[in-house]
Structures are given as C-alpha cells and as structure tokens.
Write a protein that binds this ligand. Structure first.
Ligand code: AP5
Length: 213
C-alpha cells in the first residue's frame, strides 16, 4: 500500500501516519522528521534546511525530491509506505510520479485531512515534542503524565521552533499557495479521498481506514 497524507500544518498527518504505520507495518516517511534530524545532527542538509524551516518556508524542491527518491527505493518500502509531508508542491508530485513509474509502481490513495485554520493554530500552539524519541503531545488533547517529560522515554519535551503564531500563519499561507493545488492534481488522477480531520484522533483514524481499505 502506497499512501500520501495531505493536509495543512497541524492537520494530524504525523499522528495518523504513525497509527497507519503500526497497523500496516509499512514505514512512515516524514520529510519534516528527516529534515529535523539533519538539523539536530548539524549535517550539511540540516544547516541548509533550517534557514527555510525556521521561517515557515518550504525547503527547495531538489533537496527533498533527492531525499525521497533515495528513501522509497530502500528494501523496507517494497510492501509500501506512508508519505507524510511529501509532496508539498506540484513539482514534487510530478517527480514522485516519475520515480514510481520507473519502479513500476503507483500511489494507491491520497488522503486529504481537512481542517480549518483555527483548529490548526490551537493544535500547533499546544504541541510539544520529545527531543529524544520524537513522541508528540498536546497540552489539552494528549497531555504528558508529567509536565515537560515524555511518557515513553523520559526525554525532555519542547515546542518546535516553527510552532510560534507568526511562523504557523506563514506555514498556512505557504500551504494554500504551494500545497493545496495538489488536491486538484490527485483528484484528476482519481485517487484523492477527503477526510474531515475534526474530532478525536481515533475517530479520524477510523475515517482514514475506511478510505484506504
Ligand atoms: P512538517 O514537519 O511536515 O510540518 P507540517 O506539515 O507543518 O505538519 P506538522 O508536523 O506541523 O503537523 P501534522 O499535520 O503532522 O500534525 P500532527 O500529527 O503533528 O514540515 C516542517 C517544515 O519542514 C516545513 O515547514 C518545511 O520547511 C519543511 N518541509 C517538510 N517537508 C517538506 C517538503 N516536502 N518540501 C519542502 N519543505 C518541507 O498534530 C499536530 C498537533 O495536534 C499535535 O500536538 C497532536 O497531538 C495534535 N493532534 C493531532 N490530531 C488531533 C486531533 N484529532 N485532535 C486534537 N489534537 C490533535
């Protein structure tokens, strides 16, 4: 199963992708996570990407396309994968189609998680992430048992650098301008499924499963 999760920042792509990964035992490929790891490692990629990520801009297409091309050819992707945060532009979507075509493969389903801007802002402003294992929490919907400490590994929780109001608004603008047109792109290909991403995480997961089964 080859899936794409589309949706604005804070739509719940990462949350749902992790649940799909556990259910179907296929990798979750998050370009955001790959880039954040590169920033943490102070790798050349991370130093370049940070300049864009910190201000809510997209990292240049050639950088992320190269990453994904390499990743989806790895052995653990043979039975499928879940793309979370990629593609983000029409160019990225076209290059993905070309690469899959060369591999004799296609995207089966594109799930668009639809949610309004107010909900996005409240989700992102309340999010905290574990600095060690990447576990995700929310001050209201998914609070940690002890403030500032990850339930899973005991690591320190922190707010993401790009989860401040100014950068969230910028990310939403960038989404509307560059990523929302992908809905039309995949609609034309006949594999777009829209899911209302309001409600509990579990309710949304049931809706997503209906779309991918
Ligand atoms: P990325 O990491 O992909 O961030 P994003 O798309 O902005 O998405 P988020 O991770 O913020 O949100 P999400 O939809 O995954 O929601 P989540 O499940 O975390 O990208 C970051 C940056 O990297 C980009 O700005 C760009 O610079 C760069 N980048 C990445 N990919 C790129 C690409 N392809 N091309 C170019 N640049 C790229 O949930 C959010 C919060 O809500 C959490 O606290 C969660 O607990 C909570 N929550 C989830 N579901 C619910 C629910 N149902 N109810 C209540 N709370 C909920």
């Amino acid at each position: 199963m080859r899936l794409i999760l589309l949706g604005p920042p804070g739509a719940g792509k990462g949350t749902q992708a992790k649940m799909l990964k556990d259910k179907f035992c296929i990798p979750q490929i998050s370009t955001g996570d790959i880039l954040r790891q590169a920033v943490k490692d102070n790798a050349e990629l991370g130093i370049k990407a940070k300049l864009f990520m910190d201000v809510g801009q997209l990292v240049p297409d050639d950088v992320v396309i190269g990453l994904i091309k390499e990743r989806i050819k790895q052995a653990d992707c043979e039975a499928g994968f879940i793309l979370d945060g990629f593609p983000r532009t029409i160019v990225q979507a076209e290059k993905l189609s070309e690469t899959l075509d060369e591999m004799g493969s296609v995207i089966d389903t594109v799930v668009d998680l639809e949610v309004d801007a107010d909900e996005v802002i409240s989700r992102l402003a309340g999010r905290s992430t574990c600095q060690d294992c990447g576990g995700m929490f929310h001050e209201e919907s998914c609070p940690p048992k002890a403030a500032g400490i990850c339930d899973s590994c005991g690591g320190t929780l922190a707010q993401r650098q790009d989860d401040n109001t100014e950068t969230i608004l910028k990310r939403l603008d960038v989404y509307q301008e560059s990523t929302a047109p992908l809905k039309q792109f995949y609609k034309k290909q006949g594999n777009l499924k829209t899911v209302t991403a309001r409600g509990s995480v579990e309710e949304i997961f049931s809706r997503v499963l209906e779309m991918v089964k």
